[in-house]
Write a protein that binds this ligand. Structure first.
Ligand SMILES: [Zn+2]
Ligand SMILES: [Zn+2]
Ligand SMILES: [Zn+2]
Length: 216
């Protein structure tokens, strides 16, 4: 039986588009598999789009076709504050030098497609190059996720002794701390040491999804 903690955290990873496996011989962790850059090991975002013409990534913004003002809204039915009669809010490429913003033909085509990053647009691709180093090659990386819950594990030293022998380089320990019954904060560490002071850790994340976005 996997602990409830491990299971619920694993599902939080699954909902962030990460492959998760439960090893049969190990109840303290689960395995996460993610596409990474073959050169620098930065995470490769399969759901992230990039502009076909310039490689700029998708910031999920709407851009006014008249004045260039950007909006982080979830629909384009609002109007730009410039109130230009020609104004349309489209999911344009934010790179001002991009051909979809400088070449007249591509620009008007982009507008008819509601912008480079519109779901149905033909002008974007999923990520082809590493965002960090530009390498075109990716590979899978897998690592283990452990969870220390201050409600269940009373003593970090004992926990350390239990998992230390199979906590490998690249693995992650998630720390869960209860502020009160309903409020939890999270932290994660990538290096496990016997003298880790659990009460000196800075719990920076107020939700699991914020934590996961910082891990991956
Ligand atoms: Zn572009
Ligand atoms: Zn405008
Ligand atoms: Zn890279």
């Amino acid at each position: 039986m996997k602990s409830k903690d491990i299971k619920s955290i694993a599902y939080a990873f699954i909902s962030e588009d990460v492959n998760v496996y439960f090893p049969d011989n190990d109840e303290d962790c689960f395995i996460v598999e993610k596409l990474v850059c073959a050169a620098c090991k930065a995470f490769w975002h399969t759901s992230l789009n990039e502009c076909y013409f310039c490689g700029e990534i998708n910031y999920y913004l709407y851009v006014c076709t008249s004045c260039g003002k950007k909006y982080s809204i979830t629909n384009s039915t609002i109007k730009c504050s410039c109130k230009d009669s020609e104004s349309k809010l489209i999911k344009a490429c934010v790179n001002k030098e991009c051909l979809t913003n400088t070449d007249d033909v591509l620009k008007s085509f982009s507008i008819t497609e509601k912008g480079v990053f519109d779901l149905d647009s033909s002008q974007s691709l999923s990520q082809m190059y590493c965002i960090k180093c530009g390498s075109p090659e990716n590979t899978y990386r897998s690592f283990k996720i452990f969870v220390f819950n201050d409600n269940e594990e009373t003593n970090f030293k004992d926990y350390y002794l239990r998992i230390n022998s199979y906590f490998d380089f690249g693995d992650i320990l998630i720390l869960k701390k209860h502020i009160d019954i309903n409020e939890l904060v999270y932290a994660f560490i990538t290096e496990l040491t016997s003298d880790l002071k659990i009460d000196q850790i800075e719990y920076k994340y107020s939700s699991m999804s914020k934590l996961i976005k910082n891990i991956i």
